[in-house]
Design a binder for this molecule. Structure first.
Ligand code: BJW
Length: 250
């Protein structure tokens, strides 16, 4: 499964093997090798002229609901065509091996679930759920009236994707579970995240302060790199399988 060109220090392999609890935080980089663009890569094509802050905020939705809805519709199409990559599958393997395992993701694409991860804490929601912009209740279906965005079948207000935009609170239960895992784990792996968006970015630091071995997987350095015990520089689709191979020989 692993790539022989990636060196995993034996002490890290041992730390993973003997960990009672491993926690992993993933970001957009983990889906990059599935063809899903990351946020801080330049956007391409039709969407190149927009900043993230012009699309992923409640103010943007208030100002231009159609534009924001169409951006998410485009991303849903992109993700529908994507398949999990070896990084996603390595995390399924890790969940099977570790006595306790917590997978926390900032991704909204559900590729971890598609790969077979059984328990995924979705900090920023899901592209595949829609909710009422007034009441927040999740809506499964709505009448096809041609409205873009469509309207809530209960209150007729606009529907929106069930994701967390800048300035919005993260789901409380998910956030509490993520903080608890960061405090309790023995090894914390931050993979494919720029580690700048709060509060997710504070999880690796909390884990390190609570005594966990902190591992970062990323082709680029981030604000986290200086804090990490191990910085494994490279794409997660190669590095995560190499970690699993080094720790458990699979
Ligand atoms: C690879 C790779 C390969 C490439 N392999 N790696 C404290 C200080 C300062 C600011 C704040 C603060 N607290 C809150 C804020 C404000 C704000 C914030 O953090 N702003 C920062 C920009 C400074 N945070 C919020 O507003 C949050 N809300 C909040 O705190 O609310 C408080 C509140 C409480 C009570 C009531 C009300 C409010 C909400 C944040 C929501 C973020 N939402 C988004 C959109 C989600 C929906 C959607 O998908 O459209 O989440 S923004 C976007 O960023 C998305 C991501 O999940 C998130 C993180 O990005 P990620 O995953 O790290 O991706 P990238 O693109 O940044 O990085 C990719 C990385 O992959 C790079 O490092 C590459 O090198 C690497 N990579 N290829 C491995 N093959």
């Amino acid at each position: 499964m692993g790539s022989p060109s990636i060196h995993i220090p034996p002490a890290l392999a041992q730390a993973l093997r003997s960990a009672r609890h491993i926690a992993v935080l993933t970001g957009a980089g983990v889906s990059a090798e599935s063809g899903v663009p990351t946020f801080r890569d330049a956007q391409t094509g039709l969407w190149a002229k927009y900043d993230l802050e012009e699309l992923a905020t409640p103010q943007a939705f208030q100002r231009s609901p159609r534009l924001v809805w169409e951006w998410y519709a485009w991303r849903r199409e992109l993700v529908a065509a994507a398949r999990p990559n070896p990084g996603h599958y390595a995390l399924v393997e890790m969940e099977n091996r570790a006595p306790n395992f917590t997978l926390i993701t900032q991704n909204v694409d559900q590729l971890h679930q598609q790969a077979g991860s059984r328990r995924v804490i979705e900090l920023h929601g899901s592209l595949w759920r829609t909710k009422c912009s007034r009441e927040g209740r999740v809506v499964e279906s709505w009448p096809e009236t041609g409205d873009v965005p469509p309207r809530c079948p209960h209150c007729s207000d606009l529907l929106r994707p069930d994701v967390v935009w800048f300035g919005e609170a993260l789901p409380e239960r998910e956030l509490m579970e993520a903080f608890a895992a960061a405090q309790q784990c023995d090894v914390f792996i931050a993979a494919g995240t720029s580690a700048i968006v709060q509060p997710a970015a504070s999880l690796p630091l909390l884990a390190a302060r609570s005594g966990a071995v902190l591992v970062e997987v990323n082709p680029q350095e981030t604000p986290l790199t200086g804090e990490a015990d191990y910085f494994l520089q490279g794409p997660s689709g190669s590095v995560l399988p190499a970690l699993v191979q080094a720790a458990w020989g699979v």
